[in-house]
Design a protein. Structure first.
Length: 138
């Protein structure tokens, strides 16, 4: 059955008024790109842990390579063993473990009726050791 249309409007025709960054999607993209990254205490500690872990893995791989060469093993075998060790040592489950831990913390806070909308606020509150308030409690 043919598609019918009224008057001089052609099906599928349109007028382009903006492209790229001048569209609403482009404007949203620019707003997202200009947003500042929040460095919470938790993200700073996870980044520091990642750097320590990286250096430890690289040192272990280098030590493996040196010991293999010292023992007279072929270079290609020692290199492949070092790379395999470095790849195997990277914890794949770390992001999942951090997410589960945070979810458990939020669940405990929800049971105490202490829910905060923004996760960075929760992370910052979690590293707080002293909370000062006036005598009215506000």
């Amino acid at each position: 059955m043919p598609i019918r249309h009224a008057g001089n409007i052609r099906p599928g025709a349109g007028t382009v008024i903006a492209v790229g960054d001048n569209t609403e999607i482009g404007r949203i993209s620019q707003l997202i790109a200009s947003a500042a990254d929040l460095a919470t205490p938790l993200t700073i500690k996870i980044t520091q842990f990642g750097h320590v872990l990286l250096y430890a893995i690289l040192a272990l791989a280098a030590a493996t390579m040196l010991v293999g060469l010292w023992r007279g093993e072929p270079l290609i075998d020692v290199f492949l063993a070092s790379v395999a060790l470095a790849v195997a040592a990277i914890p794949e489950g770390l992001p999942a473990a951090v997410t589960v831990t945070l979810a458990i913390g939020v669940s405990r806070m929800a049971k105490r009726r202490a829910i905060i909308r923004r996760l960075p606020a929760v992370e910052t509150l979690g590293s707080t050791s002293v909370i000062c308030s006036d005598k009215t409690g506000s």
